[in-house]
Design a protein around this ligand. Sequence first.
Ligand SMILES: CC(C)(COP(=O)(O)OP(=O)(O)OC[C@H]1O[C@@H](n2cnc3c(N)ncnc32)[C@H](O)[C@@H]1OP(=O)(O)O)[C@@H](O)C(=O)NCCC(=O)NCCS
Length: 117
Amino acid sequence: MHEDSDSKEGVAGYLECNRGLSFVARAQGRVVGAVLCGHDGWRGYLHHLAVAETHRRKGIGRALVERVIGKLELLGIRKCHIFLFGDNVAARKFWQRTGWIKQVGLTIMSKNIGPNG
Ligand SMILES: CC(C)(COP(=O)(O)OP(=O)(O)OC[C@H]1O[C@@H](n2cnc3c(N)ncnc32)[C@H](O)[C@@H]1OP(=O)(O)O)[C@@H](O)C(=O)NCCC(=O)NCCS
């Protein structure tokens, strides 16, 4: 959890707004991977891809992302972005290996909305 919006209610609201674009992977009845995705009618935005440590390097992360990309394609979305912490070396290798390209010179700026804004 990175912020308040990662609360159960926050995620439920996200899923409600972006129906059919987020997935989990299950093994032996347990959730072992998950990905959230939404779009704004133009670009897709993929968040919080994670695979259980016990199930990594088996193609689950790739499969989750491919499922999301397939859904975005059906919706006519032609590009998807992810947000990656700069020090997450392992994830960067995953994204590079699966064909994602770093946007050079792009900086994300954010603003809290509400009492902390
Ligand atoms: C990043 C993560 C989702 C990858 O999931 P995964 O199921 O292990 O990945 P896959 O098995 O589908 O790997 C796909 C490819 O990436 C490569 N890869 C995956 N993790 C890698 C790593 N740490 N270092 C180098 N290559 C890696 C795999 O070897 C594979 O390549 P191949 O198909 O050519 O053999 C997983 O490591 C994870 O949950 N990390 C913690 C959460 C996180 O950082 N999420 C990303 C937030 S942006």
